[in-house]
Design a protein around this ligand. Structure first.
Ligand code: ADP
Ligand code: ADP
Length: 218
């Protein structure tokens, strides 16, 4: 699970994440809802050790990310799917990530199948649509078979069939006992996807409740 306590991040005079605390429990899909600029990505980046908090802690399975011996086996993340280096072919890209994380190459074929990219495994990522890049980013997140998954705006660029697929994927991952955190700026999407919703606005936690409770309040 993910445990966030008093997490705070400032950029210059602006506070991007302001004393935020919540937990992402195994077995449920937790939505992370807030408008653009609310602080969702910054929070996720701190969980992954990509940003240093000014205060507070973010723990994965009780430890800071930087102290995990095999991070991709504990937490898989999709942050900015558009950001993948396009020159590589999909399978080669995943093989490279697997190799540098001590993950068996066999996993590459498995995760490509899981996200529906088997047919384009040997195509260059440069020709991929945003939806295909999202699927590839999810495949990378699944490589280490981690107990914790974090997806930042994963629905962007997916077509309706892709959106149905991804909801099923989140459900399945949670049903297997994984902790799943999914960010979005769309309440209606969270209503269909999440069991719990953590709401953030201007860096501050606004609500942390079941999806039904949040739907009644907002
Ligand atoms: P969200 O993911 O909810 O859209 P972000 O976490 O990306 O929000 O951003 C939260 C706030 O922090 C925004 O005001 C954004 O402009 C600011 N911010 C994020 N990253 C940086 C950065 N590297 N430097 C300065 N400001 C940043
Ligand atoms: P390069 O293209 O420089 O070889 P990679 O794409 O292999 O870089 O990724 C570099 C590192 O980023 C990986 O070793 C891995 O630790 C991390 N990484 C990449 N994708 C993910 C992901 N989806 N989830 C978690 N960590 C990732």
């Amino acid at each position: 699970m993910i445990e966030i306590a008093g997490l705070t991040k400032r950029y210059g005079g602006a506070t991007a994440v302001d004393d935020v605390s919540f937990a992402v429990e195994p077995g449920v899909v937790t939505g992370f809802l807030g408008p653009n600029g609310a602080g969702k990505s910054t929070t996720m980046r701190m969980v992954l050790g990509l940003e240093e908090p000014d205060a507070g802690t973010a723990l994965v399975g009780g430890r800071p990310y930087s102290s995990l011996k095999a991070p991709m086996r504990e937490v898989g993340a999709l942050l900015d799917a558009g950001d993948v280096h396009g020159g590589r072919r999909a399978a080669a890209h995943l093989r490279c990530i697997a190799r540098s994380n001590g993950i068996h190459a066999r996993r590459v074929g498995e995760v490509l199948a899981e996200v529906g990219l088997t047919d384009v495994a040997d195509r260059r990522i440069a020709g991929f649509s945003l939806g295909m890049r999202q699927r590839l980013g999810i495949a990378a997140a699944l490589l280490g078979d981690p107990g914790v998954l974090m997806f930042d705006e994963p629905i962007n660029g997916l077509d309706p069939e892709g959106i149905r697929w991804i909801r099923e994927l989140f459900r399945g991952m949670a049903a297997e006992g994984r902790a799943v955190l999914v960010s979005s700026h769309v309440m209606a999407e969270m209503a269909l996807t999440a069991d719990r919703v953590v709401v953030i606005g201007r860096g501050r936690l606004v609500a942390d409740a079941t999806t039904d409770e949040v739907l009644k309040r907002f």
